[in-house]
Ligand binder design. Structure first.
Ligand SMILES: NC(=O)c1ccc[n+]([C@@H]2O[C@H](COP(=O)([O-])OP(=O)(O)OC[C@H]3O[C@@H](n4cnc5c(N)ncnc54)[C@H](O)[C@@H]3O)[C@@H](O)[C@H]2O)c1
Length: 248
């Protein structure tokens, strides 16, 4: 019996439909899963994952499990968990500790539960799992072989730890791959940020002045989408080359 803590396990049917929808749009992971089912490359590997608990992450988790891994999942943001998805994963056997609206204390309680299971690999989105392992939970560092970090902020934190000689195991900077920042940051965050603003404000963007701070990979996607929706876009940027690019 898997251990889990989610908002309501009764939401699992709804979560399964959401995961099915995401899976239909993720052909690469589907192919990897088919290979993993045959080859089982992660047999016996315990993975601690601190990621947005969304339908897309669920497809990733199921792929890792198809490869033989045991996955322990907590949220990388207290507000991004889809409770239906967390319930569906928990019902299917994943060890999930996540619900939408966790307090700060609850957020770190969930990370601690993942670490209790002594992960051999970590998957992070913002480096909260890695930094907890390196601060309060150093006794669990010994068995960790490696990890991955998804986002810009997490990679910046890890590079600072590495420069201080504090990082105790190797971590793949997923954010530095072309397939991450050219697509997820630019187009994914470009779209989801606009979506969030529209859901929160329900205003028409056309004709509004829209200020984007920075002209990095996320912000250029946001600026591009806001401009396409008719906003008057102003970019602030401290890097002169990127500022020039924004002007052009
Ligand atoms: N929620 C998501 O889905 C998601 C996805 C990817 C990244 N992120 C986060 O978004 C943030 C940005 O990521 P990115 O990949 O676009 O980073 P980036 O490094 O590509 O871009 C950041 C830009 O901000 C500029 N900048 C820094 N300080 C500034 C200042 N004071 N004023 C104006 N500009 C300034 C930098 O020069 C740089 O061009 C990070 O925190 C990252 O972790 C979120």
């Amino acid at each position: 019996m898997n251990e889990y803590k989610v908002k309501d396990i009764g939401l699992a049917d709804e979560g399964e439909l959401l995961i099915e929808w995401a899976e239909a749009h993720m052909p690469v992971l589907r192919q990897i899963r088919q290979r993993f089912e045959r080859e089982r490359p992660l047999e016996g590997v315990r993975i601690g994952a601190c990621l947005h608990v969304t339908k897309e992450t669920a497809v990733l988790v199921k792929t890792l499990e198809a490869g033989g891994a045991e996955v322990y999942l907590c949220a990388s943001n207290p507000l991004s968990t889809q409770d239906e998805v967390a319930a569906a994963l928990a019902r299917a056997g994943t060890h999930v500790y996540a619900w939408r609206g966790e307090t700060t204390e609850e957020y770190y309680w969930c990370i601690d539960r993942v670490i209790d299971h002594r992960p051999m690999l970590t998957m992070d989105d913002g480096a909260d799992l890695v930094s907890t392992l390196h601060s309060k939970r150093t006794e669990a560092l010994e068995g960790v072989k490696g990890g991955s970090e998804e986002t810009t902020t997490g990679v910046i934190r890890l590079r600072a730890m590495a420069a201080d000689g504090a990082l105790r195991y190797p971590i793949i900077a997923v954010n530095d791959t072309y397939t991450k920042y050219l697509f997820d940051n630019r187009y994914g965050t470009g779209q989801s940020t606009i979506d969030g603003i529209l859901r929160a404000t329900a205003i028409l963007l056309a004709g509004k002045t829209f200020v984007v701070c920075g002209y990095g990979w996320c912000s250029r996607g946001i600026a591009m989408r806001a401009k396409g929706m008719g906003a008057n876009v102003i970019v602030t940027e401290v890097n002169p080359l990127r500022a020039l690019e924004a002007v052009m």
